[in-house]
Design a protein around this ligand. Sequence first.
Ligand code: ASP
Length: 415
Amino acid sequence: MTNNHTSHLTLYILGAIVGAVGLAFLSPETAMRLEVGGDIFLRLLTMMVVPLVMASVMSGIIGLGDVRKLGRPGGAAVAYYLTTTALAVVVGLIMVNLIRPGVGTVDPATLEAMAAEGEGIATQQGDTTLGGIFRNLLLMLFTDNLIAAAAETNLLALIVFAIIFAGMLTTMGQRVSALCQMIVQVNDALLSFILLLMRLAPAGIFCLVTARFGEAQAEGNLMLVLQQTGAYFLTVLAGLAVHALLTLPLILWVFTRRNPFRFTYQMSQALLTAFSTASSTATLPVTMECAVTKAGISKRSSEFVLPLGATINMDGTALYEAVAAIFIAQAIGFELGMTQQVVVAVTATLAAIGAAGIPEAGLVTLVIVLGAVGLPIEYIGLILSVDWLLDRFRTAVNAFGDSVGSAVVERTFDT
Ligand code: ASP
């Protein structure tokens, strides 16, 4: 596709989202009937994820020629993921403590009704001690069945395997040269295929967005829900805005001297796809395609910073979890002191790392944060009704954080 073509595509996608919301409000029934179109697009993107992650991570290491060369960029990537996630959490905590969206906003009767709705999720509470959380994160790195890991899109375990396996291939020389070449070619072909898929993006995104907004409109409670949780909703949005419009652009500019506006535009298709799918994993193919072909980020950086980032680097989710936990505490009159807020910060970071890149995964791992400071889990019901909408914004921020990461880490590869 030419540059002209791609800039049109961004406009078409943007138009599709605006039109989709419009249709949902005018005729929710029609909008909901388009769900199947959205599901098809989502399936097409998601089916690419496992092959793409395997091929791209392996091809990245093969391109490096020696897995040890990953040491410096690997360290930089992990430092970037942790720093930006922690910064996001801090922004969220500052916002929620300043705005205090939960204080006196929900009356006791509504509170009880909402808590009842949250009970289903409350039963999913696992081990919320710090040791337990670490243990679970550690176990996520390994699988006892590669095929099952692929079938369940358990990306972390696949990435660990791909790094080790490809690292080994680089030591085997001529014996595996055909295999190495094949992996690199498969990766190239998959990227081209994604470029092809993106032609469906405006239609697919239109269907995805209109069906979900149509559903909310048909239930007829979107406005009521926004009234009840509006202050919370705006607090999360404000925090996400600070992170996406100030923190990340500043990091991008300081470390790479890239123009943040231009960069955001180059990544815009990925950001809009993230908003529409509410899934970092489903967006990953688009993020990789934009990073390489539009933003000109080197393959060796994007090939491993993006897949890993889509799985463990979730700035938007971490910020949201911190705000949500404090909001719930405020709403039920549960004072959280300084120490407990630090516990919220640490567990929100870990919970975001552990969250899968699928819709509303953050809502489930929020249970960890609530459990760690002893908040009653069923009050998750308070934020349930707007979560599908907030999810879209935080997923876009998650994808943006990964993109900036691939540009920053690019500079640490040996030339
Ligand atoms: N939907 C988010 C993502 O895929 C995760 C979450 O915050 O629920 O990145």
